[in-house]
Write a protein that binds this ligand. Structure first.
Ligand code: 13P
Length: 235
């Protein structure tokens, strides 16, 4: 099982250090074996020593170059970062990143051997059209992505469940994860309003291999409580 926290545009460098220290202490004290990851903002990347993997929320598909506002491979290498989030709905829908750009990033970081947490998820209007349309939409987001890549993790995050407090029913989550499992051997995380109080039921579902959590993991204490729940369910 893998529990990941996406800080998005929250937390400073110092707050990230404090968070990491609290999580490390908890993991060591409680002998947590569940895998954990955090994705702080680029300004808080650092050399962290501990069991929790630190990844980048985004990077451009270059070593370095003239790409104002972006960071590339060399900036990640400085901190030994070897994990990246690609395809998050906020990058697709707010920042307007295309599938073509996702594939470009995927191929580049795959070539570098990065662990890639690749996000997919449908907006509400797609879900309302039924499961066939929904699965077709998810398939489009997987187009061009090497699903057999050994360091791939998929995160299924329905757009309408992100930051809203809404989640699909457990039956729906299980149905979609099971359908995805037919073509994806990689771990499949669920994301979208995962909190301490619903983690147990979501993480217990078949073909849910962990969670990608935003607001529900912004407090180190909550992240640790979800790690503890996952540890209890370890599968
Ligand atoms: P929330 O947990 O805040 O809904 O965000 C989910 C998410 O987007 C994680 O990447």
């Amino acid at each position: 099982m893998l529990i990941a926290a996406n800080f998005k545009t929250f937390k400073t460098r110092q707050e990230t250090l404090d968070y990491y220290r609290d999580v490390r202490t908890f993991i060591e004290k409680n002998k947590i074996t569940v895998e954990s990851m955090i994705f702080p903002p680029a300004t808080a990347l650092n050399t962290f020593k501990g069991a929790t993997v630190v990844g980048a929320q985004n990077a451009y598909a270059v070593e370095n170059g003239a790409f104002t506002g972006e960071i590339g491979l060399n900036q990640l290498k400085e901190f030994g970062i070897k994990t990246i989030l690609i395809g998050h709905s906020e990058r697709r829908h707010i920042l307007g990143e295309s599938q073509e750009l996702m594939v470009q990033k995927f191929d580049f970081f795959k070539e570098q051997g990065f662990t890639i947490v690749y996000c997919i998820g449908e907006p509400l209007e797609v879900r309302e059209e039924g499961s066939e349309t929904l699965m077709a939409y998810l398939d489009e987001q997987l187009e061009g992505i090497d699903l057999n890549y050994e360091n791939l993790v998929i995160a299924y995050e329905p757009v309408w469940a992100i930051g809203t407090g809404l989640t699909p029913s457990t039956d729906e989550v299980e149905l979609i994860h099971t359908a995805l499992r037919q073509k994806i051997k990689a771990p499949i995380l669920y994301g979208g309003s995962v909190k301490v109080n619903n983690a147990q039921e979501l993480l217990s579902l078949n073909n849910v291999d962990g969670a990608l959590i935003g607001s529900g993991a912004l407090q180190a204490e909550n992240f640790c409580r979800i790690l503890e729940i996952a540890e209890g369910l370890q599968k």
